[in-house]
Design a protein around this ligand. Structure first.
Ligand SMILES: CC1(C)S[C@@H]2[C@H](NC(=O)CCCC[C@H](NC(=O)C[NH3+])C(=O)[O-])C(=O)N2[C@H]1C(=O)[O-]
Length: 351
């Protein structure tokens, strides 16, 4: 079914609202076949007053979870991991409940507590305390298991970064190879994602990039430049750096069958509703969103200090969109930025 044409004027209007609400800048890139629509607004660097442009790299946050899920599901297809086996079978240390399966981790149904709830309870102090820190997977897992499970494994959906830190540890324990190597060999090189990298624990973003600005909890204070950090608190749950063109190509290739065998793609896109209205869902490391025009798009969102990301594509991968705003801890901006989905996939008058 053909989609309405993207409404780039509506995208620009969404950006302008996000800037009024506190974002220094925003970008959106829509790719369909060989055609791309690009909208950039505001500043990539507020000290140098550098204009935003859609070619700038940024921290993609939890969009990383889909990269990790692809690596894991490729290992499943290779017969090296069983989705419904206890995850503990593939880990150096047991989890607190051996009923937690690999599939529970991928679908945020394990019940494992999210340690970032404590880590970032106070936004700027929490960030400053970890921005140059390097954690092992086990240290992060131990922060989580100091708390009881949110619920019995499989009993509910409860989003937790811990799940994808455990999956990173699992990938490295089963293969003896760092996740960075798997991202590069299994995804970045085959798809030629030249502007995507996993450089943990380096703190810098190489090449042309947007600086990120974290809003303090006391909103009368100035934004904090949060561009440089290790993102070691997230790693395989959030440390990928990318740009809009690469994320569009990644999700388009994924949903059109370019990265996983049919069986694993079917598992990944078996979505479970996670909101009461049923419009938001989660599969295996993949978010689904049903838009006002009836189209469901698949991808992931990201929130890392200074960067909000939406990266989604159609079920057949023919149209993809990535949007970024270079601020965070500003839920109003995050919700506003999400309206680029309607403008990009449902066309005029939708956003
Ligand atoms: C589920 C989410 C939203 S949270 C999860 C992950 N990001 C984090 O866990 C970072 C949380 C703290 C970020 C910080 N906020 C605070 O410190 C608040 N006190 C800020 O806004 O920069 C990611 O990315 N995911 C998003 C996702 O998947 O969309």
């Amino acid at each position: 079914t053909s989609l309405p044409a993207p409404d780039t004027a509506a995208v620009r209007a969404v950006h302008r609202t996000a800037l009024e609400q506190g974002a220094p800048g925003a970008l959106t890139r829509i790719d369909e076949g060989g055609t791309s629509h690009r909208v950039a607004t505001g500043e990539a660097d507020t000290a140098a007053h550098t204009p935003m442009d859609t070619g700038r790299r940024f921290r993609a946050g939890s969009v990383t979870k889909t990269f990790t899920a692809v690596v894991l599901l490729q290992l499943v297809a290779e017969g090296r991991v069983d989705l419904d086996a206890p995850a503990g079978r593939y880990l150096p240390r047991p989890l607190p409940d051996d009923r937690i399966t690999v599939r529970h981790l991928l679908s945020h149904r394990s019940g494992l507590y999210d340690y970032t709830n404590d880590m970032f309870q106070h936004t700027v102090p929490g960030f400053e305390a970890v921005r140059t820190k390097v954690f092992s997977h086990q240290q992060l897992i131990d922060l989580s298991t100091a708390h009881p499970l949110n619920h019995a494994p499989g009993a509910a959906y409860s989003y937790s970064n811990t799940n994808f830190v455990v999956l990173g540890q699992l990938i490295e324990h089963v293969t003896g190879t760092p996740v960075a190597t798997h991202y590069r060999a299994r995804i970045l090189e085959p798809l030629q994602l030249e502007n995507t990298s996993y450089v943990h624990p380096r703190t810098t973003i190489t090449g042309s990039h947007a600086r990120g600005y974290l809003r303090p909890d006391d909103t009368t204070l100035p934004l904090v430049d949060s561009t440089e950090q290790t993102v070691s608190w997230a790693q395989s749950a959030g440390a990928v750096i990318s740009d809009a063109a690469d994320l569009n190509r990644f999700f388009s290739a994924l949903l059109s069958g370019g990265l996983l065998p049919e069986r694993q793609l079917r598992d990944m896109t078996t979505m479970v509703p996670v909101t009461a209205d049923g419009k938001q869902s989660y599969g295996l490391g993949l978010r689904g969103r049903q838009l006002s025009c009836g189209t469901t798009v698949y991808g992931h969102t990201g929130t890392v200090q200074g960067y909000y990301t939406y990266a989604f594509t159609t079920r057949d991968g023919t149209r993809s969109m990535t949007s970024l705003a270079n601020t965070s801890n500003n839920g109003t901006v995050n919700t506003t930025l999400g309206r680029t989905l309607e403008a990009s996939f449902c066309g005029s008058g939708a956003a």
